[in-house]
Write a protein that binds this ligand. Sequence first.
Ligand code: UDP
Ligand code: GLC
Length: 393
Amino acid sequence: MSNSRILIVDQTGQLGGGELSLLDFARHRRKDCDVLLFSDGPFRERLEQAGVSVAVEQGANDVLAISREQGLWSSLRVVPNLANLVWAVAMKSRRSNLLYANSQKALVVCALASVIGRRPLIWHLHDILTASHFSAAMRAIAIRLANWRASCVIANSQATADAFAAAGGRRRAVVIHNGIDPAPFSNVDAEAAGTELRRQIGCGDSPLVGVFSRLAFWKGQHIAIEAARSTPDVHVVLVGGPLFDEQAYEDKLRREADNAEVRGRIHFLGFRNDIPALMSAVDIVIHTSIAPEPFGRVIVEGMLAQKPVIATAAGGALEIIEDGVSGLLVQPGDAGALAAAMRAILASPNERADLACRGYESALRKFSLEACLAATDEVVDVTAGKSARRRFS
Ligand code: UDP
Ligand code: GLC
Protein backbone atom coordinates (compact mmCIF):
# COMPACT_ATOMS: atom_id res chain seq x y z
CA MET A 1 0.00 0.00 0.00
CA SER A 2 1.27 3.48 -0.80
CA ASN A 3 1.13 6.62 1.24
CA SER A 4 -0.63 8.71 -1.43
CA ARG A 5 -3.68 10.59 -0.17
CA ILE A 6 -6.19 11.43 -2.88
CA LEU A 7 -8.80 14.17 -3.17
CA ILE A 8 -11.42 12.82 -5.58
CA VAL A 9 -13.85 15.32 -7.11
CA ASP A 10 -17.10 14.51 -8.95
CA GLN A 11 -19.78 16.95 -10.05
CA THR A 12 -22.88 14.92 -9.26
CA GLY A 13 -24.65 13.30 -6.35
CA GLN A 14 -26.60 11.06 -8.76
CA LEU A 15 -25.69 7.42 -9.41
CA GLY A 16 -24.51 7.31 -13.01
CA GLY A 17 -22.06 4.67 -14.24
CA GLY A 18 -19.07 6.98 -13.69
CA GLU A 19 -20.14 7.36 -10.08
CA LEU A 20 -20.74 3.63 -9.54
CA SER A 21 -17.29 2.93 -10.94
CA LEU A 22 -15.82 5.56 -8.58
CA LEU A 23 -17.75 4.06 -5.65
CA ASP A 24 -15.79 0.82 -6.05
CA PHE A 25 -12.46 2.66 -6.20
CA ALA A 26 -13.24 5.00 -3.27
CA ARG A 27 -14.40 2.04 -1.14
CA HIS A 28 -11.16 0.25 -1.95
CA ARG A 29 -9.06 3.35 -1.04
CA ARG A 30 -11.31 4.59 1.77
CA LYS A 31 -8.41 4.90 4.22
CA ASP A 32 -6.53 7.32 2.01
CA CYS A 33 -9.08 9.28 0.01
CA ASP A 34 -11.61 12.08 0.47
CA VAL A 35 -14.43 12.61 -2.01
CA LEU A 36 -15.86 16.03 -2.78
CA LEU A 37 -19.14 16.36 -4.69
CA PHE A 38 -20.67 19.48 -6.20
CA SER A 39 -24.21 18.35 -5.41
CA ASP A 40 -25.93 16.11 -2.92
CA GLY A 41 -27.80 12.89 -3.68
CA PRO A 42 -27.80 9.10 -3.34
CA PHE A 43 -24.15 8.89 -4.42
CA ARG A 44 -23.15 10.71 -1.22
CA GLU A 45 -25.18 8.23 0.83
CA ARG A 46 -23.64 5.22 -0.89
CA LEU A 47 -20.11 6.60 -0.32
CA GLU A 48 -20.86 7.15 3.36
CA GLN A 49 -22.28 3.64 3.70
CA ALA A 50 -19.03 2.36 2.18
CA GLY A 51 -17.05 4.16 4.90
CA VAL A 52 -15.63 6.83 2.56
CA SER A 53 -15.05 10.37 3.80
CA VAL A 54 -17.29 12.55 1.62
CA ALA A 55 -18.31 16.22 1.58
CA VAL A 56 -20.64 18.25 -0.62
CA GLU A 57 -19.42 21.65 -1.75
CA GLN A 58 -22.41 23.94 -1.64
CA GLY A 59 -22.72 26.91 -3.96
CA ALA A 60 -21.78 25.06 -7.13
CA ASN A 61 -25.22 25.41 -8.69
CA ASP A 62 -24.31 27.90 -11.44
CA VAL A 63 -21.38 25.81 -12.53
CA LEU A 64 -23.51 22.67 -12.57
CA ALA A 65 -26.18 24.39 -14.64
CA ILE A 66 -23.84 24.58 -17.66
CA SER A 67 -25.08 22.00 -20.13
CA ARG A 68 -22.92 19.72 -22.26
CA GLU A 69 -24.16 21.56 -25.35
CA GLN A 70 -23.58 25.09 -24.06
CA GLY A 71 -21.32 27.55 -25.92
CA LEU A 72 -18.34 29.48 -24.59
CA TRP A 73 -19.85 32.93 -24.06
CA SER A 74 -22.95 31.83 -22.20
CA SER A 75 -20.71 29.72 -19.95
CA LEU A 76 -18.66 32.73 -18.84
CA ARG A 77 -21.35 34.05 -16.49
CA VAL A 78 -20.42 31.38 -13.97
CA VAL A 79 -16.88 32.73 -13.53
CA PRO A 80 -17.35 34.24 -10.01
CA ASN A 81 -18.94 31.08 -8.69
CA LEU A 82 -16.30 28.96 -10.40
CA ALA A 83 -13.55 30.98 -8.73
CA ASN A 84 -15.02 30.21 -5.28
CA LEU A 85 -15.27 26.55 -6.11
CA VAL A 86 -11.69 26.41 -7.39
CA TRP A 87 -10.45 28.07 -4.23
CA ALA A 88 -12.38 25.65 -2.01
CA VAL A 89 -10.98 22.62 -3.89
CA ALA A 90 -7.43 24.03 -3.83
CA MET A 91 -7.63 24.51 -0.07
CA LYS A 92 -9.00 21.00 0.47
CA SER A 93 -6.33 19.51 -1.79
CA ARG A 94 -3.65 20.62 0.67
CA ARG A 95 -4.41 17.56 2.80
CA SER A 96 -3.74 15.33 -0.22
CA ASN A 97 -0.90 14.74 -2.60
CA LEU A 98 -3.07 14.11 -5.64
CA LEU A 99 -6.26 15.48 -7.26
CA TYR A 100 -8.49 13.02 -9.11
CA ALA A 101 -11.26 14.48 -11.31
CA ASN A 102 -13.97 11.94 -12.13
CA SER A 103 -16.13 14.09 -14.42
CA GLN A 104 -15.93 16.92 -16.94
CA LYS A 105 -16.89 19.78 -14.64
CA ALA A 106 -14.71 18.35 -11.91
CA LEU A 107 -11.82 18.51 -14.40
CA VAL A 108 -12.39 22.22 -15.02
CA VAL A 109 -12.38 23.00 -11.30
CA CYS A 110 -9.53 20.61 -10.45
CA ALA A 111 -7.28 21.82 -13.28
CA LEU A 112 -7.45 25.39 -11.95
CA ALA A 113 -7.24 24.23 -8.31
CA SER A 114 -4.15 22.16 -9.13
CA VAL A 115 -2.31 25.38 -10.02
CA ILE A 116 -3.13 27.07 -6.71
CA GLY A 117 -2.76 23.93 -4.58
CA ARG A 118 0.26 22.70 -6.61
CA ARG A 119 -0.95 19.13 -6.73
CA PRO A 120 -0.71 16.69 -9.66
CA LEU A 121 -3.98 15.85 -11.40
CA ILE A 122 -5.48 12.66 -12.83
CA TRP A 123 -8.55 12.93 -15.03
CA HIS A 124 -10.70 9.80 -15.15
CA LEU A 125 -12.46 10.27 -18.46
CA HIS A 126 -15.78 8.41 -18.68
CA ASP A 127 -17.10 10.21 -21.79
CA ILE A 128 -16.52 10.08 -25.51
CA LEU A 129 -15.56 13.61 -26.47
CA THR A 130 -17.35 13.95 -29.80
CA ALA A 131 -20.05 16.21 -31.21
CA SER A 132 -22.72 13.60 -30.43
CA HIS A 133 -22.08 14.08 -26.71
CA PHE A 134 -20.57 17.58 -26.19
CA SER A 135 -20.55 21.04 -27.78
CA ALA A 136 -17.35 22.21 -29.51
CA ALA A 137 -16.76 24.72 -26.70
CA MET A 138 -17.07 22.08 -23.96
CA ARG A 139 -14.69 19.77 -25.80
CA ALA A 140 -12.15 22.54 -26.40
CA ILE A 141 -12.17 23.62 -22.75
CA ALA A 142 -11.80 20.05 -21.45
CA ILE A 143 -9.01 19.17 -23.89
CA ARG A 144 -7.03 22.35 -23.24
CA LEU A 145 -7.26 21.98 -19.49
CA ALA A 146 -6.28 18.31 -19.67
CA ASN A 147 -3.31 19.06 -21.94
CA TRP A 148 -2.21 21.85 -19.63
CA ARG A 149 -2.65 20.27 -16.20
CA ALA A 150 -3.42 16.54 -16.22
CA SER A 151 -0.43 14.32 -15.43
CA CYS A 152 -2.40 11.37 -16.68
CA VAL A 153 -5.79 10.59 -18.22
CA ILE A 154 -7.54 7.31 -17.44
CA ALA A 155 -9.94 6.37 -20.26
CA ASN A 156 -12.73 3.85 -19.62
CA SER A 157 -12.24 2.28 -23.09
CA GLN A 158 -10.02 2.45 -26.15
CA ALA A 159 -12.91 4.21 -27.92
CA THR A 160 -12.86 6.93 -25.24
CA ALA A 161 -9.06 7.22 -25.48
CA ASP A 162 -9.21 7.45 -29.29
CA ALA A 163 -11.88 10.18 -29.17
CA PHE A 164 -9.75 12.10 -26.66
CA ALA A 165 -6.72 11.93 -28.96
CA ALA A 166 -8.82 12.82 -32.03
CA ALA A 167 -10.16 15.89 -30.23
CA GLY A 168 -6.58 17.09 -29.63
CA GLY A 169 -5.77 15.39 -26.32
CA ARG A 170 -2.00 15.10 -25.98
CA ARG A 171 -1.80 13.59 -22.51
CA ARG A 172 -1.05 9.91 -22.15
CA ALA A 173 -4.39 8.09 -21.85
CA VAL A 174 -4.24 4.79 -19.98
CA VAL A 175 -7.16 2.54 -20.87
CA ILE A 176 -8.72 0.86 -17.83
CA HIS A 177 -12.01 -0.87 -18.49
CA ASN A 178 -14.51 -0.84 -15.64
CA GLY A 179 -14.40 -3.97 -13.52
CA ILE A 180 -17.62 -5.37 -12.11
CA ASP A 181 -17.99 -7.52 -9.00
CA PRO A 182 -19.76 -10.74 -10.11
CA ALA A 183 -20.90 -11.69 -6.56
CA PRO A 184 -24.20 -9.74 -6.47
CA PHE A 185 -25.14 -11.39 -9.77
CA SER A 186 -24.33 -14.95 -8.72
CA ASN A 187 -26.06 -14.55 -5.34
CA VAL A 188 -29.47 -13.98 -6.95
CA ASP A 189 -32.18 -16.65 -7.03
CA ALA A 190 -33.01 -16.11 -10.72
CA GLU A 191 -36.20 -18.13 -10.68
CA ALA A 192 -37.66 -16.27 -7.70
CA ALA A 193 -36.59 -12.94 -9.21
CA GLY A 194 -38.32 -13.84 -12.49
CA THR A 195 -41.53 -14.91 -10.77
CA GLU A 196 -41.62 -11.73 -8.68
CA LEU A 197 -41.00 -9.33 -11.60
CA ARG A 198 -43.53 -11.08 -13.82
CA ARG A 199 -46.09 -10.90 -11.03
CA GLN A 200 -45.37 -7.19 -10.47
CA ILE A 201 -45.77 -6.17 -14.10
CA GLY A 202 -48.42 -8.78 -14.93
CA CYS A 203 -46.77 -10.13 -18.08
CA GLY A 204 -47.53 -13.83 -17.49
CA ASP A 205 -45.21 -16.13 -19.45
CA SER A 206 -44.58 -13.67 -22.30
CA PRO A 207 -40.97 -13.11 -23.39
CA LEU A 208 -39.43 -10.33 -21.33
CA VAL A 209 -36.53 -8.07 -22.32
CA GLY A 210 -34.96 -5.26 -20.28
CA VAL A 211 -33.09 -2.00 -20.86
CA PHE A 212 -31.13 -0.96 -17.77
CA SER A 213 -29.94 2.55 -18.55
CA ARG A 214 -30.83 5.99 -17.26
CA LEU A 215 -33.51 7.60 -19.39
CA ALA A 216 -31.71 9.84 -21.87
CA PHE A 217 -32.24 10.31 -25.61
CA TRP A 218 -28.80 8.95 -26.52
CA LYS A 219 -29.44 5.81 -24.47
CA GLY A 220 -32.10 5.03 -27.09
CA GLN A 221 -34.99 3.59 -25.06
CA HIS A 222 -37.29 4.80 -27.89
CA ILE A 223 -35.58 2.23 -30.15
CA ALA A 224 -36.59 -0.53 -27.71
CA ILE A 225 -40.20 0.68 -27.86
CA GLU A 226 -40.04 0.78 -31.66
CA ALA A 227 -38.64 -2.77 -31.73
CA ALA A 228 -41.52 -3.92 -29.50
CA ARG A 229 -43.96 -2.88 -32.26
CA SER A 230 -42.70 -5.68 -34.49
CA THR A 231 -42.40 -8.25 -31.69
CA PRO A 232 -46.06 -8.29 -30.57
CA ASP A 233 -45.75 -10.81 -27.73
CA VAL A 234 -42.65 -9.29 -26.12
CA HIS A 235 -42.81 -7.20 -22.93
CA VAL A 236 -40.11 -4.59 -22.22
CA VAL A 237 -38.96 -3.28 -18.84
CA LEU A 238 -37.25 0.12 -18.88
CA VAL A 239 -35.16 0.28 -15.71
CA GLY A 240 -33.59 3.64 -14.91
CA GLY A 241 -34.55 7.19 -14.11
CA PRO A 242 -34.04 10.52 -15.89
CA LEU A 243 -30.94 11.27 -13.79
CA PHE A 244 -29.60 14.32 -15.57
CA ASP A 245 -32.50 16.64 -16.52
CA GLU A 246 -34.10 14.23 -18.97
CA GLN A 247 -37.71 14.47 -17.77
CA ALA A 248 -38.92 15.60 -21.21
CA TYR A 249 -37.50 12.42 -22.75
CA GLU A 250 -39.28 10.26 -20.16
CA ASP A 251 -42.56 12.06 -20.97
CA LYS A 252 -41.99 11.35 -24.67
CA LEU A 253 -41.27 7.67 -23.98
CA ARG A 254 -44.44 7.37 -21.90
CA ARG A 255 -46.46 8.81 -24.80
CA GLU A 256 -44.86 6.32 -27.20
CA ALA A 257 -45.57 3.49 -24.76
CA ASP A 258 -49.25 4.45 -24.85
CA ASN A 259 -49.46 3.73 -28.58
CA ALA A 260 -52.02 0.97 -29.32
CA GLU A 261 -49.36 -1.32 -30.87
CA VAL A 262 -47.37 -1.57 -27.64
CA ARG A 263 -49.82 -0.48 -24.94
CA GLY A 264 -49.52 -2.57 -21.75
CA ARG A 265 -46.21 -4.13 -22.85
CA ILE A 266 -43.75 -1.33 -21.87
CA HIS A 267 -43.09 -1.11 -18.14
CA PHE A 268 -41.30 1.84 -16.52
CA LEU A 269 -39.60 0.72 -13.30
CA GLY A 270 -37.70 3.96 -12.52
CA PHE A 271 -34.27 4.00 -10.90
CA ARG A 272 -33.65 0.76 -8.99
CA ASN A 273 -30.99 -0.51 -6.62
CA ASP A 274 -31.68 -4.21 -7.35
CA ILE A 275 -30.18 -4.44 -10.84
CA PRO A 276 -28.75 -7.99 -10.38
CA ALA A 277 -32.20 -9.36 -9.46
CA LEU A 278 -33.94 -7.49 -12.28
CA MET A 279 -31.40 -8.60 -14.87
CA SER A 280 -31.74 -12.19 -13.69
CA ALA A 281 -35.50 -11.88 -14.14
CA VAL A 282 -35.54 -11.03 -17.86
CA ASP A 283 -34.91 -13.27 -20.89
CA ILE A 284 -32.63 -10.82 -22.74
CA VAL A 285 -30.69 -7.75 -21.65
CA ILE A 286 -30.70 -5.12 -24.40
CA HIS A 287 -28.50 -2.05 -24.72
CA THR A 288 -29.84 0.52 -27.17
CA SER A 289 -27.53 3.57 -27.15
CA ILE A 290 -27.76 5.46 -30.43
CA ALA A 291 -24.45 7.29 -29.89
CA PRO A 292 -21.19 5.41 -29.16
CA GLU A 293 -21.29 4.17 -25.57
CA PRO A 294 -18.04 5.18 -23.81
CA PHE A 295 -17.91 1.85 -21.97
CA GLY A 296 -21.28 0.36 -20.96
CA ARG A 297 -21.35 -1.21 -17.52
CA VAL A 298 -24.83 -2.58 -18.16
CA ILE A 299 -23.51 -4.75 -20.99
CA VAL A 300 -21.00 -6.45 -18.69
CA GLU A 301 -23.61 -6.73 -15.94
CA GLY A 302 -26.04 -8.47 -18.31
CA MET A 303 -23.29 -10.98 -19.15
CA LEU A 304 -22.56 -11.55 -15.44
CA ALA A 305 -26.29 -12.12 -14.87
CA GLN A 306 -25.87 -14.97 -17.40
CA LYS A 307 -28.29 -13.45 -19.88
CA PRO A 308 -27.87 -13.14 -23.63
CA VAL A 309 -27.02 -9.50 -24.32
CA ILE A 310 -27.81 -7.51 -27.46
CA ALA A 311 -25.85 -4.23 -27.66
CA THR A 312 -25.31 -1.51 -30.24
CA ALA A 313 -22.13 -1.84 -32.29
CA ALA A 314 -20.21 1.33 -31.41
CA GLY A 315 -17.78 2.67 -28.81
CA GLY A 316 -16.96 0.57 -25.77
CA ALA A 317 -19.53 -2.12 -26.63
CA LEU A 318 -17.18 -3.32 -29.39
CA GLU A 319 -14.52 -3.95 -26.73
CA ILE A 320 -16.94 -5.94 -24.57
CA ILE A 321 -18.91 -8.14 -26.97
CA GLU A 322 -17.62 -10.38 -29.71
CA ASP A 323 -20.60 -10.51 -32.06
CA GLY A 324 -22.21 -13.93 -32.21
CA VAL A 325 -19.86 -15.31 -29.57
CA SER A 326 -20.33 -13.50 -26.26
CA GLY A 327 -23.46 -11.55 -27.27
CA LEU A 328 -25.04 -9.96 -30.33
CA LEU A 329 -24.32 -6.55 -31.86
CA VAL A 330 -26.76 -4.49 -33.93
CA GLN A 331 -26.34 -1.12 -35.61
CA PRO A 332 -27.22 1.85 -33.35
CA GLY A 333 -30.72 3.19 -34.06
CA ASP A 334 -31.80 0.17 -36.11
CA ALA A 335 -35.03 -0.99 -34.42
CA GLY A 336 -35.62 -3.59 -37.16
CA ALA A 337 -32.26 -5.24 -36.51
CA LEU A 338 -32.88 -5.18 -32.77
CA ALA A 339 -36.29 -6.84 -33.20
CA ALA A 340 -34.76 -9.48 -35.49
CA ALA A 341 -31.98 -10.23 -32.98
CA MET A 342 -34.55 -10.53 -30.18
CA ARG A 343 -36.68 -12.90 -32.25
CA ALA A 344 -33.64 -15.02 -33.16
CA ILE A 345 -32.59 -15.43 -29.53
CA LEU A 346 -36.12 -16.12 -28.31
CA ALA A 347 -36.67 -18.73 -31.02
CA SER A 348 -33.60 -20.72 -30.10
CA PRO A 349 -33.21 -21.75 -26.45
CA ASN A 350 -29.89 -23.40 -27.27
CA GLU A 351 -28.37 -20.32 -28.83
CA ARG A 352 -29.74 -18.32 -25.91
CA ALA A 353 -27.98 -20.54 -23.37
CA ASP A 354 -24.72 -20.63 -25.38
CA LEU A 355 -24.54 -16.85 -25.76
CA ALA A 356 -25.28 -16.39 -22.06
CA CYS A 357 -22.66 -18.93 -21.03
CA ARG A 358 -19.90 -17.57 -23.30
CA GLY A 359 -20.82 -13.99 -22.32
CA TYR A 360 -20.56 -14.87 -18.64
CA GLU A 361 -17.15 -16.50 -19.00
CA SER A 362 -15.84 -13.65 -21.10
CA ALA A 363 -17.08 -10.99 -18.65
CA LEU A 364 -15.51 -12.81 -15.69
CA ARG A 365 -12.20 -13.00 -17.52
CA LYS A 366 -12.05 -9.51 -19.05
CA PHE A 367 -13.74 -7.23 -16.52
CA SER A 368 -12.48 -8.29 -13.13
CA LEU A 369 -12.94 -5.64 -10.45
CA GLU A 370 -9.66 -6.60 -8.78
CA ALA A 371 -7.70 -6.05 -12.01
CA CYS A 372 -9.40 -2.69 -12.57
CA LEU A 373 -8.64 -1.51 -9.02
CA ALA A 374 -5.03 -2.68 -9.23
CA ALA A 375 -4.51 -0.84 -12.54
CA THR A 376 -6.05 2.34 -11.10
CA ASP A 377 -3.91 2.05 -7.95
CA GLU A 378 -0.84 1.85 -10.11
CA VAL A 379 -1.69 5.02 -12.06
CA VAL A 380 -2.53 6.89 -8.85
CA ASP A 381 0.56 5.82 -6.94
CA VAL A 382 2.97 6.34 -9.84
CA THR A 383 1.54 9.82 -10.49
CA ALA A 384 1.71 10.82 -6.80
CA GLY A 385 5.20 9.30 -6.47
CA LYS A 386 6.60 11.10 -9.52
CA SER A 387 5.25 14.41 -8.31
CA ALA A 388 6.75 13.91 -4.83
CA ARG A 389 10.13 13.04 -6.34
CA ARG A 390 10.01 16.22 -8.44
CA ARG A 391 9.22 18.34 -5.39
CA PHE A 392 12.05 16.94 -3.31
CA SER A 393 14.74 16.73 -5.98
N1 UDP B 1 -28.23 1.39 -12.85
C1 UDP B 1 -28.79 1.36 -11.57
N2 UDP B 1 -30.15 1.54 -11.45
C2 UDP B 1 -30.94 1.77 -12.52
C3 UDP B 1 -30.36 1.80 -13.82
C4 UDP B 1 -28.99 1.60 -13.95
O1 UDP B 1 -28.10 1.16 -10.57
O2 UDP B 1 -32.14 1.89 -12.32
C5 UDP B 1 -26.78 1.20 -12.97
C6 UDP B 1 -26.38 0.05 -13.88
O3 UDP B 1 -26.45 -1.17 -13.17
C7 UDP B 1 -24.97 0.45 -14.29
C8 UDP B 1 -25.03 1.97 -14.26
O4 UDP B 1 -26.22 2.33 -13.58
O5 UDP B 1 -24.01 0.00 -13.34
C9 UDP B 1 -25.05 2.58 -15.63
O6 UDP B 1 -23.78 2.52 -16.16
P1 UDP B 1 -23.46 2.50 -17.71
O7 UDP B 1 -22.00 2.48 -17.81
O8 UDP B 1 -24.16 1.39 -18.38
O9 UDP B 1 -24.09 3.83 -18.31
P2 UDP B 1 -24.02 5.38 -17.85
O10 UDP B 1 -25.33 5.69 -17.21
O11 UDP B 1 -22.89 5.52 -16.91
O12 UDP B 1 -23.81 6.15 -19.11
C1 GLC C 1 -20.07 6.93 -18.27
C2 GLC C 1 -20.38 6.32 -19.62
C3 GLC C 1 -20.58 4.82 -19.58
C4 GLC C 1 -19.50 4.16 -18.75
C5 GLC C 1 -19.45 4.78 -17.37
C6 GLC C 1 -18.37 4.16 -16.47
O1 GLC C 1 -21.16 7.26 -17.52
O2 GLC C 1 -21.53 6.93 -20.21
O3 GLC C 1 -20.55 4.30 -20.89
O4 GLC C 1 -19.71 2.78 -18.66
O5 GLC C 1 -19.17 6.15 -17.49
O6 GLC C 1 -17.08 4.36 -16.98
